[in-house]
Unconditional design. Sequence first.
Length: 227
Amino acid sequence: MNYQIRPQSTDFKLGIAELSQLETWLNDNPAAIGIAVVGRSNVGKSSIINALFGKSVARVSKTPGRTREVNIFTFNLNQNGKLSDLPPFFLIDLPGYGHAEVSKEMSRKWNDLIGTFFELISPGILLANLQDARHPNQAVDQQFYDFLNNYTNSSILIFNKIDKLKTQKERAQLEKLKPILSKAYKSIRQMYFASAETKQGLPQVESALIAHLLEQVEIQKHERENL
Ligand code: GDP
C-alpha cells in the first residue's frame, strides 16, 4: 500500500466568492474527502501547495480576483507509482487572513465565508493551518484559532519556512511553543515543521495527509455498509 500524491494531478473545479454559492457547494458535497489549507498571507501557502501538488494550483489561486475566493481543486493519489483506483480527493485553498490592507467590508466577507465553510464542511476535509516558523502564533493566527473554536473541526498546524531558523535556540523556542499551542487550541491534532524551499518536512506532511484520506475512505465505506 504505497500511496503518494499524484504529481500534477490537480484539476481546478471552481472559485467561490459568494456565500450562497459556497452554501450550495457544501450542501452538495457533505461527504467530500480531502484537505483545506489556510494561513496568514505571505506565509508560503502557495509555495507549500506547489511543493506538495505541483505548480498549476497556486497559479490559479494567485490569479487576480481569485485570492479572496475559496478555490476548489481535485487531485488523485498514485499507488506504487501508478494512478490509484481511489476516487479523486478535494484540495480546498481558502483565502488568507491577516492582510495588511483590508476594509471592514472585506474582513466581514472573509468571516462570513469562512464561518459558513467551517459550519457546513464535510468531516472528511482535514484543515491545515500554515504559520511562519520565524513568526509563529501572531495575533492574527490566534484570532483565527479563536474563530475556529466556534466549530468542531480538527486541524494540523504546519510551521513553514523552517529553513529560516538558523540557530538551535530559535528551533528550541519553536519546539517549546508546541505544547502551549496544543493546550490553548483544542482543534490542533498534530504539528509539523516544514520548508517549501528546501522540501524539509514535506514527506511527513504528505504522509499525514494520505493517512487522513485513507482513513476517511474506510470510515465512509463502513458507514455505507452499515446503512
Ligand atoms: P502565500 O501568500 O501564503 O501564498 O505565500 P507564497 O507562497 O507566495 O510565499 C511568500 C514568500 O515566501 C515568497 O517570497 C516565497 O518564496 C517565500 N517562501 C515560501 N515558502 C518558503 C520557505 O519554506 N522558505 C523560505 N525561505 N521562503 C519561503
